[in-house]
Design a binder for this molecule. Sequence first.
Ligand SMILES: [Zn+2]
Ligand SMILES: [Zn+2]
Length: 217
Amino acid sequence: MLVDLHTHTYPGSSCSAITYREYVNWCVDADVEAIALTNHGDTGDLRKLGPALAAEGILLLHGVEISTLFGDFVVFSPDLDYLGTLRAVQDALRPGEVPDHAAVVWVHPVAGGGRSGSAYYPGLERSVAATIEGIEVFNGNWLADRYVSQAQAIARDLGLAQTGGSDAHRVEALGRCATLLPDPVRSTADLVTALKARVTVPHRTDTERRRKRFGLF
Ligand SMILES: [Zn+2]
Ligand SMILES: [Zn+2]
């Protein structure tokens, strides 16, 4: 199953222009089976959009993005109360602080922290390796070669899962990158399991040629 693992909606992310109606309509029109919503320190839109998408037969996967001095991270967990404790800008998670039901992906690692304003520097990955399961190698906003190739190298060096996500803040950007997850994916717990097992496959679908190749979106 191909899933966009990084999306933002309004008002959960004040920087996003994607309304609930646009989000649901896009998911229906694109015929997606699942999508991950990863707003900045917000679970309100997850609680509202989960039932709305379920009514269309679409699974909403739960994530929250946090911005830290080490960069930005998306924390995935089926536990909305746990995700609700995370803030848009906060301290980096330390080893032992991530509960077993959660998995952390370092998103756009080489682009630095969006809201924290932190910058990547070579070797930073050694400081975050113990808390993360995956690296977002394809981010819809950061597809230049230097971002992608360095992210891939970090993921390979650390033996981590690799993911793709659009990081969409406008509806046109949804689905621009995505992650192939092994079927079946019935809940966020299955996503967490796939990340921990390192069995995710990142895809970029940002050009017509790539969309045709994968027959998606
Ligand atoms: Zn970010
Ligand atoms: Zn984001």
